[in-house]
Ligand binder design. Structure first.
Ligand SMILES: [Zn+2]
Length: 120
């Protein structure tokens, strides 16, 4: 699964570049589902203080077996729910021309805890 470089900030305020997953197709990569459940998903280690923290970036969780396709946004974006929904729906209109449109479950959730509840 492809990873993307992004800038993150550790719990002590150090900024660094790291690579994170922006999508997780757990049908093709079941280990990513395992990583989410066990708290290892998008875990970063600060090069300055070695502090481990979750890289809180939006990603698309996709399980083709259960047709679950849900965006997981950071908890801090919860207040912007309507804007984010509008954005992902606009993007879906484009994507749906090449991907199957069948899906189940919510379109958008916030934080890994909600995702864990959903897939547990
Ligand atoms: Zn640090």
């Amino acid at each position: 699964m492809r990873r993307e470089s992004t800038r993150v900030v550790c719990g002590f305020g150090h900024q660094f570049e790291t690579s994170v997953y922006r999508s997780a197709n757990v049908t093709r990569a079941p280990e990513l589902r395992q990583a989410i459940v066990s708290g290892q998903f998008n875990l970063t280690i600060c090069p300055v203080c070695a502090n481990e923290s979750y890289a809180d970036v939006p990603f698309l969780y996709h399980d083709t077996e259960t047709s679950l396709r849900v965006w997981v946004y950071p908890d801090r974006n919860r207040h912007a729910r309507e804007e984010i929904l509008a954005k992902i729906r606009r993007a879906a209109v484009i994507v749906n021309t090449v991907l199957p449109t069948d899906r189940s479950g919510p379109e958008l959730i916030f934080g890994l805890d909600e995702l864990r509840d959903l897939i547990a």
